[in-house]
Design a protein around this ligand. Structure first.
Ligand SMILES: [Ca+2]
Ligand SMILES: [Ca+2]
Length: 377
């Protein structure tokens, strides 16, 4: 009897400790650092959640898929991607481009991706890479959407953290591709470049920081470019058409040969074999459960979009960490969540509606409701 009582008391006590220890509205837990990441935290904000230090003697296929094909990447590239062009040695990934006939192609090389093995939504990707030089190489470390929630390429987006072509050795490029802005469309992709004399001679540290509505690329701590969702400049489309970057993405590393960009100045066969190297890839995410303390600010300045019918946007709410989404209400009833500060009311009949909006952060904290906005459809 006494034993049972003590057991009960311990149970109640531990329940109390558990319920007091985490008072976040959505019970979000702190992140645990991935143990095989060489740098497990960056300040108190970021925790390493996925990494490959390339320390073994072969590619870790629990983290990567090896692509084998002669498809040309959709860019008329000339390589056949094979497994035996990919090495892990001396603590680094090496992808070797060769002048080698294989299955109808004149060159071979390698491409790996982390789909379903390293997929994430928001965070910070950091890697160290050295890329080859000489006409014909086209190196890239980039991201593609895991689920294509908004449709096939380019509608679900593409994020190129690092692209480099061998005929332009001292420059690195960062780009995004979307339905509205892509390299096959009349508006082109959105691209930044930076002069980097050491791109092909040294390992350089590349960083991609990704938050809702904002993405920044850096090399050696100096910014290459920044991509933001600005609805005022895109009043003709829903946010997903210019900024589908609110879903899971995964990493791709490849060395292409030739193609619509890499092959612009031809291919110098004298450069082969030649390799791109990656020392590590680390993915960090903000330890939101530990650092988020306050609710977002009230959504402000709701207004109608000028060229897209039945659509509104508003100023993004401020938060101490990040706003995850907005809850949109029509005549006081919940209508829909939207991840960025824009929505189209596809299912409303013509009429007059009273719209209110709340901002919600990743801990589930909710802002106060916006002022009412009268929408005429
Ligand atoms: Ca390494
Ligand atoms: Ca917050």
């Amino acid at each position: 009897m006494k034993k049972q009582l003590i057991f009960m008391m311990v149970l109640i006590l531990s329940f109390l400790i558990t319920s007091c220890g985490n008072s976040l509205p959505n019970n979000l837990e702190p992140l645990k650092a991935y143990e095989n990441c060489e740098i497990k935290t960056l300040s108190e904000d970021y925790v390493c959640v996925w990494a490959d230090e390339f320390n073994g003697s072969e590619l870790d296929i629990t983290k990567w898929n090896i692509e084998v094909n002669g498809y040309g990447g959709g860019n008329q590239e000339l390589q056949y991607y094979k497994e035996d062009n990919i090495f892990v040695r001396e603590g680094k990934l090496e992808i070797e481009g060769r002048k080698e006939y294989f299955s109808g192609k004149s060159y071979t090389s390698g491409r790996i991706n982390s789909k379903y093995k390293g997929d994430f939504r928001y965070g910070r990707v950091e890697f160290s890479a050295k890329v080859p030089t000489g006409n014909g190489t086209w190196s890239a470390v980039w991201l593609l959407p895991t689920m294509n929630s908004y449709g096939g390429w380019p509608n679900s987006g593409e994020i190129d953290i690092l692209e480099h072509v061998g005929y332009d050795p001292n420059r690195v490029f960062s780009s995004t591709h979307t339905k509205k802005f892509n390299h096959l469309g009349d508006k082109g992709s959105l691209t930044f470049s930076k002069t980097l004399y050491e791109a092909t001679t040294d390992f350089n540290n590349y960083v991609f920081e990704w938050e809702p509505g904002n993405m920044k690329m850096y090399v050696n701590e100096s910014k290459i470019g920044e991509f933001n969702y600005v609805p005022a400049y895109n009043q003709d489309v829903e946010y997903k058409d210019v900024y589908p970057f609110d879903q899971m993405f995964h990493i791709i590393i490849n060395l292409a040969i030739g193609g619509v960009w890499g092959g612009v100045q031809g291919i110098n066969d004298e450069i082969f074999p030649t390799s791109m190297y990656v020392d590590y890839v680390r993915v960090y995410q903000k330890n939101i459960a530990n650092i988020d303390k306050t609710a977002p600010s009230k959504p402000e300045k709701i207004r109608k979009m000028t060229s897209l019918s039945r659509s509104i946007f508003w100023n993004p709410s401020e938060d101490d960490v990040m706003v995850e989404k907005y809850a949109v209400y029509v005549d006081g009833d919940f209508y829909k969540y939207t991840n960025l500060n824009q929505i189209r009311f596809n299912s409303l009949f013509p009429g007059e509606y009273e719209i209110t909006i709340e901002a919600i952060d990743f801990t589930g904290r909710v802002s106060s409701k916006s002022d009412k906005f009268i929408l005429l459809i």
